[in-house]
Design a protein around this ligand. Structure first.
Ligand code: KG4
Ligand code: ZN
Length: 353
């Protein structure tokens, strides 16, 4: 069974073909992120326009790379939420049209659930991907950390899960993006902070970890503010000094030390809760998902502190892609999940898990 996955929830336009929920046949991704760099964050109108321009070529690329055609495809899976409204619309309308034109069943995918399913890909002939040998077992604890979400979820089985906790304010990736802006590193902040952190001392500055009543909830806005206060102090200014002018006065060494210290504490925050949940629920496997899951400091801390081994997926499958959507689509087909109506499927920008 082969499923075409389509993903356009944010600034990546992506399509992929996955067979039987484990075999990656192709994954084509185009990002409009370079167009957003000058704005320090995603401009929804630019993202939507860019999806319109590249969605058809990206789907064609997914077919060319897998040497397949429409006759080989059994179903279409598309992200219908959560995400930017204008971006989601392009993927959903394209998928609806293709489902009608080629008479294929259509599956509506929750983007955040999709991220988790990147971990179920175990086989490919594409040499640029390094995949785990086995699929995760249930019960499975998932730490989902992206630009829009930070959640701990316990999966008892496919389509049977409990949300243990989530962020009260910023998502972890969003905190990386905001801290990068404060210290003058380019968007997206995750990759630029982790690269800069390599030159710095992660113990240079003490930064706070948020304490919350709910056991598995997160909060990152206090940490972001603490970084701003630290940067203002480092340049000898008070907290009234405009945040947009701080980065010009920081030295490269100061930037590197702040990046490394922030990254260490931010990752410790989510790793602490993951370890706590591991001990409480004794899952058979732990997976990490979402753009921040590609972070090597997160992987290092987890590997050091978790009593079981995590089989990490390829970093290219952590950030937004069509393969994770196609993989979850395969499991929806296998488990007789409801099919979406291609004439009426609507986007849900605020969809939650
Ligand atoms: O999953 P994703 O591609 O899109 C969303 O669903 O949000 O995640 C994007 C987020 C961005 O905030 C980006 O800064 C972060 O993931 N990210 C990283 C790394 N690579 C991407 N954060 C930390 N370290 C990284 N290496
Ligand atoms: Zn995502």
């Amino acid at each position: 069974m082969k499923v075409l996955g389509i993903e356009t929830s944010c600034d990546e336009t992506a399509a992929a073909v996955v067979q039987d929920g484990h075999y990656l046949l192709s994954s084509a991704v185009a990002s409009s992120s370079s167009f957003h760099v000058n704005f320090g964050g995603i401009v929804p109108e630019i993202a939507a326009r860019s999806h319109i321009e590249v969605i058809i070529p990206i789907i064609q690329q997914a077919f060319v790379d897998s040497s397949l055609g429409w006759k080989d495809i059994d179903a279409i899976a598309v992200t219908y939420g959560a995400g930017l409204g204008g971006s989601l619309l392009i993927g959903v309308l394209t998928a609806r049209t293709l489902a009608i034109a080629y008479d294929k069943p259509l599956y509506a995918i929750n983007h955040v659930e999709g991220h988790v399913y990147a971990n179920f890909l175990t086989d490919t002939e594409l040499s640029e991907y390094s995949l785990p040998k086995n699929q995760p077992n249930f019960p499975m604890l998932a730490l989902i950390v992206s630009g829009g979400h930070s959640q701990l979820v316990l999966f008892r089985n496919h389509f049977d899960y409990t949300l243990l906790g989530q962020t009260h304010d910023d998502a972890l990736g969003e905190a990386f993006d905001k801290v990068a802006k404060i210290i003058g590193l380019p968007y997206p902040g995750g990759p630029s902070i982790s690269a800069k952190a390599l030159e710095g001392n992660a113990l240079a500055y003490p930064l706070p970890k948020a304490k919350l009543d709910a056991k598995y909830d997160f909060s990152f806005s206090g940490l972001k503010t603490a970084v701003l206060r630290l940067a203002q102090k480092e340049i000898g200014e008070s907290f009234t000094f405009p945040s947009k002018d701080v980065s010009k006065r920081l030295s490269e060494a100061q930037k590197a030390n702040i990046a490394a210290s922030f990254q260490r504490i931010a990752m410790e925050t989510v790793v602490d809760k993951t370890i706590q949940a591991y001990h409480e629920f004794q899952p058979a496997s732990v997976v990490i998902a979402g753009g921040v899951a590609s972070n090597l400091e997160l992987r290092r801390q987890l590997s050091e502190r978790l009593p079981i081994t995590i089989a990490y997926t390829d970093p290219k499958l952590c950030t937004d892609n069509g393969a994770m959507i196609a993989t979850l689509g395969c499991f929806k087909v296998k488990h007789n999940q409801p099919i979406a109506d291609p004439y009426t499927l609507e986007i849900q920008p605020n969809l939650s898990m």
